[in-house]
Design a protein around this ligand. Structure first.
Ligand SMILES: C[S@@+](CC[C@H](N)C(=O)[O-])C[C@H]1O[C@@H](n2cnc3c(N)ncnc32)[C@H](O)[C@@H]1O
Length: 332
């Protein structure tokens, strides 16, 4: 019955509705059911200031946008002017002509051809069986040199058949970071699989060679700065071994002694015949490899030494540099 009476009530005007809503809001916000306080003068001032700040920021934003637009327009005009004064050549004009006589080669084909070139290339072994003589830092440096050596070979016009022999656990771990399993033109043999060099020669390197071991060994050269023999030329059918060690001259005669132990030839690069070095003639593994590769292409020792041995190691021995040196010592 009460409801029926309410239905009969006159509709309230809008102001009344707002008032009622405020009352409801007040009830929601003030859980204690306290009546809402009227806005103070200070609050009103604060609200006004906030409104003014908002308007000011909007003006700044619009101004910046306009400025950016203008800058872009000026730049475009500048570019158009420049193009009018120096018209660009037609792109097609600068395109190299495709030589239709040269057959197209896929990446796979190029890779296969490179692999084949390496297989038939001169055999170069990097003897990595010195891990036990190196600390962690030297091993890291050795790994870097192997990676460098790989990229020298990969970009060479005369790539070698590179064989990493006697690779131990730590070098293997280092090489894994360089994704060695996807390297092309490099064979890797682990120490655990081939504990002796003779077994490696028999099973892998000269597997199909029926000559007696002594004859085979006569075809192998261990490179060593301590050897009394000079390597005057390289033989494409021979095998060259480079010691894979970073020892900072700690183990003098190491590679020479290994060559003697294995009963194979040894020899050093004829550096002294072409250059005077500031320090010893002992080179790093990667530089030794690079020189060997460079010589196999140009057959010029001097050029190979000058271009690959680091400049700080090379003595300044041309006439002008001698004069400069004289001047320097006069001024002292
Ligand atoms: C850092 S050296 C190793 C030095 C180590 N004390 C030794 O006796 O082998 C690395 C390798 O580069 C090669 N090598 C360095 N200098 C050379 C040179 N002047 N002539 C030929 N091979 C060299 C050797 O095969 C050597 O084992």
């Amino acid at each position: 019955m009460e409801k029926a009476d309410n239905d009969k009530e006159e509709p309230k005007d809008d102001n009344n509705k707002i008032q009622n809503n405020n009352e409801l809001d007040n009830k929601d916000n003030n859980k204690d059911d306290k009546p809402k306080l009227p806005i103070s003068k200070n609050q009103l001032k604060k609200m006004k200031r906030q409104e003014e700040w908002k308007q000011k920021m909007e003006k700044i934003k619009a101004y910046k946008k306009e400025k950016k637009k203008e800058k872009k327009r000026l730049k475009r005009e500048e570019r158009e002017k420049e193009e009018l004064l120096n018209p660009k050549k037609d792109i097609n004009e600068t395109k190299p002509e495709i030589n239709k006589d040269i057959p197209f080669k896929s990446r796979k084909q190029i890779k296969e051809e490179f692999k084949e070139k390496c297989r038939n290339g001169m055999r170069v072994i990097v003897d990595c069986d010195f891990e036990h003589l190196m600390d962690e830092r030297c091993i890291k440096s050795m790994v870097r040199q192997i990676v460098d050596l790989y990229s020298i070979n990969k970009t060479s016009s005369n790539p070698f058949r590179v064989i990493l022999y006697g690779v131990g656990k730590q070098i293997k771990e280092g090489l894994e970071k360089s994704d060695y399993k996807n390297w092309i033109g490099v064979e890797i043999y682990f120490k655990e699989d081939y504990p002796t060099f003779d077994k490696f020669i028999e099973d892998i390197l000269y597997k199909d060679d029926k000559r007696p071991m002594n004859d085979i060994k006569n075809n192998i050269y261990y490179l060593s700065a301590d050897s009394e023999n000079n390597i005057e030329n390289v033989d494409n059918n021979a095998t060259y071994i480079i010691g894979g060690i970073v020892d900072r001259n700690k183990y003098k005669g190491l590679s020479l002694n290994k060559a003697k132990e294995l009963g194979i030839n040894h020899g050093k690069f004829p550096i002294g015949e072409y250059l005077k070095l500031q320090s010893s003639q002992v080179l790093t593994t990667n530089h030794t490899f690079h020189i060997l590769n460079e010589f196999s292409i140009k057959h010029d020792w001097k050029e190979a030494f000058v271009s690959i041995i680091p400049k700080r190691k090379q003595e300044e021995n041309d006439e002008n540099n001698d004069l400069e040196e004289d001047k320097k010592s006069d001024n002292k």
